[in-house]
Write a protein that binds this ligand. Structure first.
Ligand code: UDP
Length: 238
């Protein structure tokens, strides 16, 4: 398998074509951004840990029957994945209220709601990724109601699987974001990444934040947090 031209460069990853039109290489970079690109930095080795963590999590989900774009981790920074067309919706799952939801609704961060909350946001940087609902998503032509139903069902399963995986290594899965893509034969599968860039992960004992909030909020020890998540997941032999 041969790496060909750069197809796309995002904030944290590059995507390369390969000699197989159905396969791409995703390269994890060390750049970190927050607040819609207002805050930027390089965090040395973040890409290495995010690649490793996302690979372990996608393998875990695939083992449980969740269909994903992930094929294999190629090296420290690269993954081989199935080519999909990303649906421009961020699906955000909240087990505990934090971040933008705490701010927007005036709820103390750390409050556990009676129900799991799923938010949709429209992936459009120039609009600041606005929150949308099912009707907006369908009216925008992004998905059908049936596709949304499937996406919600898979997302809830992902939440159950990841919550118990993280719980087994002493971590609370506070919230996370997933993205889905369409394959050339029209299937909707899990894509993008799941890492401390896209999750809030709190140590169960101490409450310490082990995710990108360390960067967003200038808490220090950013790479140490990613390394700790990597180390704990590795201890499970994933
Ligand atoms: N998230 C993400 N990408 C985004 C927005 C959110 O990965 O563009 C993740 C974020 O890391 C957190 C969860 O989704 O784990 C909920 O984020 P929130 O809506 O609270 O936004 P934030 O506080 O990050 O602005």
């Amino acid at each position: 398998m041969e790496q060909l031209e750069l197809l796309y460069e995002g904030k944290a990853k590059q995507v390369f074509a390969t000699d197989d039109p159905e396969r791409i290489i995703i390269r994890y970079k060390d750049s970190a951004t927050a607040y819609n690109n207002l805050k930027k930095a390089t965090i040395v080795n973040k890409g290495v840990f995010s690649n490793d963590i996302s690979s372990m999590l996608f393998r875990h989900l695939a083992d449980a029957g969740v269909e994903t774009h992930f094929i294999e981790r190629l090296n420290e920074r690269d993954q081989l994945c199935r080519r999909v067309s990303i649906i421009p919706i961020e699906i955000i799952v909240r087990n505990i209220v934090a971040g933008s939801m705490a701010q927007r609704l005036g709820i103390v961060e750390g409050t556990r709601p009676s129900n799991t909350i799923v938010d949709l946001s429209y992936k459009r940087d120039e609009l600041g990724d606005p929150l949308i609902n099912d009707d907006h998503a369908v009216a925008l032509g992004l998905v059908t109601y049936d596709e949304l139903k499937q996406i919600y069902a898979v997302t809830r399963r992902i939440n159950d699987l990841l919550e118990s995986l993280f719980d087994s290594v002493g971590i609370t899965l506070v919230d996370f974001k997933v993205e889905f893509g369409r394959t050339s034969d029209g299937r909707i599968i899990l894509a993008d990444e799941i890492s401390p860039d896209t999750c809030r992960l709190w140590d169960k004992q101490t409450g310490e934040k082990l995710d990108k909030d360390r960067f967003r909020r200038d808490l220090g020890k950013v790479i140490e947090a990613y390394e700790e998540i990597d180390r704990r997941l590795k201890s499970l032999g994933k």
